[in-house]
Design a binder for this molecule. Structure first.
Ligand code: ZN
Ligand code: ZN
Ligand code: ZN
Length: 443
């Protein structure tokens, strides 16, 4: 820390750190940017990192995972919020009339893989976990009952009542196939919606398009479920209204039908998976019980969470890692072990379970949307970067040239990542962010 403070270029370093917005693991780039006049070929401006502290430029890591970098994950969360919200009420290039289109907020759950400790509330009162009058005893001699009223931070939440009965294989296989199950759900939904209106899927497309934005969430038991916004538009997407006969009631009915109808099979094991019985589908309105803001905030919240909130790791697990030594809770360890064991079976290679063991078998994207839902994260990023560039120009870092007349040639090279412990302390002070390891982190 003292070494850094005593460097003659400390101010420039502090300025770079400020621009990373409190990124915990900034990427170091070495390189140069040259601006040429397109007409004359004359070099107008050259920026090189050779004069920067340590000869590198520090840029934000842009991770979406809060356990790795809270500052960058917060930007990702805010972008996701804007993206989901634009699809509900308009903005960011989506017309405001989109808010009048029928729209459902749907939660698709996973089936049960064995009884787990749960916290349930009714009218503000916490209920007993698994109160059974004549609870049976499992083959391992455990009574399948728990009358505790678990607190919200009880470490047993999500843990099986009997870990020897629990279907760990089923849990990780469901995670592995859940994206396929989702894909089949969207196809079945379109089919059902078309049939409800006496049309073929192809004919439906001329009148109605159905858009999705979804996010995956890990439940405490280590299995994913999905929250999705499903919206009806006219044939040209959000800018065109759906016909009057395309109603929210039909959409709701088609969702319920499709959830119950679809299956996905893991053939080598002859195991068929379907969605869990718990289905929540609610209408999104501007002013009703479920508002657009609540939905956007809900989806954005999960976009930056990964499996580590279940108590697993936020990095890949290597086949030679000693599973017993991993700093994870026992339930997660058994899920990881199931991934490692099933992943080495030749018939299941496609599921890439070893590669995704730290995600407990799930290899899908955390937040996805169909092409026509709203704007894209890329467009939001580009808009923000343009804003930052304008700011840099006004502070004199880059000369102001017209893009059409200037040729920009850039050479960049990755030169490392991260900050030393002393630099982390300084960076936290400069950007007003929390220090890593200062409690609460996902380590
Ligand atoms: Zn970062
Ligand atoms: Zn319990
Ligand atoms: Zn048992």
């Amino acid at each position: 820390m003292i070494h850094r403070l005593n460097q003659p270029d400390y101010n420039r370093w502090a300025c770079q750190i400020k621009h990373t917005g409190g990124c915990r693991q900034p990427i170091h780039l070495r390189g140069k940017v040259e601006h040429y006049d397109r007409a004359t070929g004359q070099l107008l401006h050259r920026y090189s990192t050779t004069t920067e502290p340590n000869g590198v430029l520090r840029v934000p890591c842009k991770t979406r995972r809060a356990s790795r970098c809270p500052a960058c994950a917060e930007i990702y969360r805010a972008d996701t919020y804007q993206l989901v919200r634009a699809g509900l009420v308009g903005g960011k290039g989506v017309p405001e009339t989109v808010s009048t289109h029928p729209c459902q907020f749907v939660t698709l759950t996973a089936p049960s893989f064995g009884a787990v400790h749960v916290r349930r509330e009714k009218n503000g009162k916490v209920l007993p976990c698994h109160a059974r009058r004549n609870a049976e005893t499992c083959p391992h001699g455990r009574v399948m009952s728990c009358t505790d009223r678990h607190s919200a931070d009880d470490v047993r939440l999500g843990e099986p009542l009997c870990s020897d009965c629990y279907d760990y294989d089923g849990s990780v296989l469901f995670n592995a196939i859940s994206s396929e199950l989702w894909r089949r759900f969207t196809l079945a939904l379109r089919r059902r919606f078309a049939r409800l209106n006496g049309l073929t899927v192809k004919a439906l497309r001329e009148h109605v398009s159905i858009s999705f934005a979804k996010v995956a969430e890990y439940q405490r038991r280590g299995v994913v479920h999905f929250h999705a916004v499903i919206r009806l538009d006219g044939p040209d997407g959000p800018s065109s209204p759906p016909p009057a006969w395309a109603t929210a009631d039909d959409l709701d009915q088609a969702v319920r039908h499709a959830v119950a109808a679809v299956t996905a099979e893991i053939k080598p094991l002859r195991r068929t998976f379907r969605w869990g019985a718990q289905l929540d589908t609610r209408r999104v309105t501007m002013d009703g019980e479920l508002t657009d803001q609540a939905v956007a905030a809900y989806i954005a919240k999960y976009a930056t969470k990964a499996a580590e909130c279940v108590g697993t790791l936020d990095r890949r697990i290597q086949p030679l890692d000693n599973l017993d030594a991993l700093p994870v809770r026992e339930h997660a360890r058994r899920l990881i072990a199931a991934c490692m064991r099933l992943g080495s079976e030749p018939g299941l290679a496609d599921l890439r379970l070893i590669h995704w063991a730290h995600m407990l078998g799930f290899r899908g994207h955390f937040s996805t949307k169909s092409r026509r839902y709203s704007t894209t994260l890329g467009a939001l990023r580009a808009a923000r970067e343009e804003h930052m560039r304008t700011e840099e120009i006004t502070t004199g870092r880059l000369p102001l040239f017209d893009e059409d007349t200037v040729l920009v040639i850039a050479h960049w090279q990755y030169a490392g990542q991260g900050l030393s412990i002393g630099e982390q302390v300084l960076a936290a002070a400069i950007t007003g962010t929390r220090l890593p390891y200062a409690g609460g982190g996902g380590r």
